[in-house]
Design a protein around this ligand. Structure first.
Ligand code: FES
Ligand SMILES: [Fe+2]
Length: 356
């Protein structure tokens, strides 16, 4: 429970909404091809489609004619065609064609909601909030700069989790749960050394022991063979940069979690793991084409590791959610101060979304 700064009343973090005045990640770029896809962001059904120029658009996933899903339709040129009677809509959500319109009839004056959407660093970012706020410099998609950078190898794991997003971000901010991941041995012996918070983020600095060190080209094999791993101390920094998460383990690893909260009981997210090739200065002298080839061929190197970590975390989070639903008032015990800071930020941001 947290006290709302606006109403001074207790708020249950497990049912908190989102602040819509941020950019959320709703899909990977590769998921939006020639067919429309339906996604849900905090109770809003949204259809994403790519027009013939390759640009991605986002509309309410509801045909205004009979309320069926536009994501079951087709992309025709730059427009989206409903599967039921073939009405077509442009990217602004206006009906622009009805196949059986009589010569004495006008196009129906119906408009569906459109969402600002951007394709950036391999993901589709969507802004579900107040359009007046979009012009503010501070409201930009967080981005993932390592995505295109030739010195980083990426692996992506999708998270589908029957739990409120607060359980997922708390899991990501609480590095004391290395215990759970013993089989995957990413880090161990974490100890929280510093915690900084403001109205936009929570930053937790831990000292930990890492199993990986990528300083020789064959060190990449540590990702596959546990026998090559050696424990050594590394700083472990995790930040909740509302509404997403970023972490670094030493100089070699960076992980992002990009959030798409679906509703109070369901969260989707993308976990992106980057292994750095920064130590290999000889590699950086090679032609860009070769470096890109190397980056692309090594894409997904940490898949087994990442999927394994996600599976273990999701299992715990779903148990937490289930226990909460069975008895929402039951007390839990927490020793990590980072968790209280995360819950406070969630409640503050949700309240800002309601009152801004
Ligand atoms: S329901 Fe979409 S065209 Fe009729
Ligand atoms: Fe974990």
């Amino acid at each position: 429970m947290q006290v709302s700064p606006q109403t001074n009343q207790f708020v249950d973090v497990r049912t908190c909404g989102i602040n819509p005045n941020h950019w959320y990640v709703v899909a990977r770029s590769t998921e939006v091809r020639d067919k429309p896809i339906g996604v849900t962001l905090w109770h809003q059904a949204i259809v994403l489609y790519r027009d013939k120029t390759g640009k991605v658009h986002a509309l309410e996933d509801r045909c205004p004619h009979r309320q069926v899903k536009l994501s079951h339709g087709k992309v025709i040129g730059n427009e989206l065609e409903c599967s039921y009677h073939g009405w077509r809509f442009n990217w602004e959500g206006n009906c622009v064609a009805v196949p059986y319109l009589a010569s004495n009839q006008k196009l129906p004056n119906c408009q569906i909601c459109r969402y600002p959407v951007r394709e950036l660093d391999g993901f589709i970012w969507l802004f579900p909030g107040d359009l007046d706020k979009l012009d503010r410099d501070s409201i930009q998609p967080m981005g993932v700069p390592e995505w295109e950078h030739l010195n980083y190898i990426a692996t992506v794991s999708s998270i589908e989790c029957k739990g409120h997003y607060s359980f997922l971000i708390e899991n990501l901010m609480d590095m004391y749960h290395g215990h759970l991941h013993n089989d995957y041995q990413a880090w161990t012996s974490a100890s929280l050394k510093d915690l900084n918070t403001d109205e936009k983020q929570v930053k937790a600095h831990y000292e930990a022991q890492s199993y990986y060190k990528i300083d020789k080209i064959w060190s990449i094999s540590q990702l596959f063979f546990p026998a090559f791993r050696r424990l050594h101390p590394e700083p472990l920094d995790v930040s909740y940069v509302y509404p997403h998460w970023v972490s670094t383990l030493g100089k070699d690893f960076k992980i992002y979690c990009l959030f798409c909260p679906v509703n109070q009981n369901y969260t989707r997210a993308y976990l992106i793991h980057f292994t750095s090739l920064n130590s290999f200065w000889r590699l950086h002298k090679l032609p860009v084409r070769f470096r890109r080839y190397l980056k692309n061929s090594l894409f997904g190197s940490a898949q087994k590791l990442l999927d394994g970590l996600v599976r273990q975390d999701v299992e715990m989070i779903e148990q937490e959610q289930q226990a909460y639903l069975n008895d929402p008032g039951r007390r839990t015990y927490e020793l990590n101060p980072a968790i209280a800071s995360v819950q406070k930020l969630i409640c503050q941001q949700a309240a800002m979304g309601n009152y801004q």
